[in-house]
Design a binder for this molecule. Structure first.
Ligand code: HEM
Length: 435
């Protein structure tokens, strides 16, 4: 009989679930269907017993403690690079490297995150302008208007999907605006991104095969913009069209569209899941909800940080070592990979007291949900603003709502383990906007 470790997790808002894992036979694989269905008990064992866990099949080390992930992501000295992608599929990890992996060839250029500086920083900087804090602040009115337009329609309907129909459409509309796509394609963009992010057991997310769908939207847009003349009034696409690589070459239309995928995907898929899940957590705790409602302007930004910690769906991002790195006595050799388990770091009891509890005003000094260092989320300021406004406007207009727990859907995933679908019924609302 193997000895068991009782692990109590509070990850399902509908119930407190007790999961036990056999410690003696413990094994972790990010693509194991059981892990993809519910990774949290695995993370607890990893943090406690195997903070540097080696997955032989993928020649990859899983780092699960907050402090270790914080240190690794903070190193911008070329020890770790993303030359094999930040989200490699199993087919990539199955190839083991004999030594350091070079940056990919310049053309055809893959997503720029696969390069180290100066190319990485150059491409990122060429299209980051609209996502800088001052420019993002100027988007608040548009987000508020979109949120209220959604609420006008949804509250009249009474029952709908909180993830997709509310935050989903608003976030996708913001992405359309940023990239120069018309707002009316937002539902299609949302559907395409959701479909592309579904992970297969044993394989993970294969963004390479999902790409034709994404590029259908983006390549024609780039072609049009090139023909019109990229005068800078569409800063993302124009910035990429005007960018020159260190060898003087420009990006082709498909290469420009490929760089836009970060905003296309990152901007669409995460915010809606966090907003819906966060509202659900609050609704299950009437005392916390009342405390937040007491002063929305002051309290939503505080609650937002706990909602992000507790609900952020991204599980991990990968890096490949280019220099040896030793952690907890284990040396990671050049060519081997690490995966930084951000979702485990968010539940690390060494960083957060009682981390499986949701507490709207818990002190949060450090957060890894947006990553850190070189690859820190480009959309972090927009994400925070969208979440603040979507939650505030909802709480202003919705007095009471109920989640259909049985119909809520969180598909197994090695990547985005979040509530893709959260059906709700609103029983009491304020009809006109702005009240
Ligand atoms: C709460 C919502 C969001 C969360 C939790 C989140 C999280 C993250 C994380 C953890 C990374 C780093 C990946 C790594 O280390 O390899 C990242 C990267 C990125 N995110 Fe976000 N994200 C969010 C929203 C957004 C939004 C709204 C946008 C754009 C409008 C966006 C665009 C990007 C892009 C372009 C990158 C790639 C950065 C790079 O490698 O240069 N994200 N995001």
């Amino acid at each position: 009989m193997s000895r068991s470790l009782g692990v109590t997790v509070n990850h399902r808002p509908d119930a407190r679930t007790v999961v036990t894992l056999a410690v003696r036979d413990f094994s972790y694989d990010p693509f194991d269907p059981a892990v993809m269905a519910d990774p949290l008990p695995y993370y607890r064992v990893l943090r406690d017993r195997h903070p540097v866990y080696y997955v032989e099949q993928w020649d990859t080390f899983a780092l699960s403690r907050f402090a270790d992930v914080w240190d690794v992501l903070g190193r911008n000295d070329g020890t770790f690079v993303a030359s094999e992608g930040t989200l490699p599929a199993a087919t990539v990890l199955a190839r083991h490297n004999d030594g350091p992996v070079d940056d990919p060839p310049l053309h055809p250029m893959p997503f720029h995150a696969n390069f180290d500086d100066p190319i990485y920083g150059g491409v990122r900087g060429s299209h980051s302008k609209p996502l800088r804090p001052r420019n993002v602040a100027g988007l608040a009115d548009r987000i508020r208007r979109l949120a209220n337009e959604r609420l006008d329609e949804l509250l009249a309907r009474g029952s709908f999907d909180l993830t997709q129909d509310y935050g989903g459409i608003v976030a996708a509309s913001m992405v359309c605006g940023l990239l120069g796509l018309p707002d009316d394609v937002a539902p299609d963009v949302l559907g395409t991104v959701n479909a592309g992010s579904l992970a297969k057991p044993g394989d993970g997310v294969n963004t390479a095969t999902a790409r034709p769908g994404y590029l259908e939207y983006l390549v024609p847009l780039v072609e049009t913009r090139r023909a019109e003349g990229a005068d800078g009034t569409q800063p993302i696409v124009d910035g990429l069209l005007r960018y020159r690589l260190p060898d003087g070459s420009a990006l082709s239309d498909v290469e420009v569209a490929t760089q836009m995928l970060g905003v296309f995907i990152g901007g669409t898929e995460t915010v809606p899941k966090i907003v819906a899940h966060g509202l659900w957590e609050l609704s299950r705790r009437p005392d916390q909800l009342a405390a937040v409602r007491a002063d929305l302007d002051a309290n939503v930004p505080v609650a937002r940080e706990e909602i992000i910690r507790f609900c952020a769906p991204a599980q991990w991002f990968a890096r490949t070592a280019r220099k040896p790195y030793t952690v907890h006595g284990t040396t990671i050799r050049p060519g081997q990979r690490i995966i930084t388990l951000l979702a485990s770091a968010a539940r690390d009891e060494r960083e957060y007291a009682d981390p499986d509890e949701f507490a709207w005003d818990r002190p949060i000094e450090r957060l890894l949900a947006f990553g850190r260092g070189q690859h820190v989320c480009l959309g972090v300021h927009l994400a925070r603003l969208e979440i603040t406004i979507l939650i505030t406007e909802w709480l202003k207009r919705v007095a009471d709502f109920e989640v259909d727990v049985g119909a809520a859907w969180r598909p197994p995933s090695s990547f985005q383990w979040g509530w893709n679908s959260l059906p709700v019924s609103v029983s009491a609302s304020v009809p006109s906007r702005g009240n």
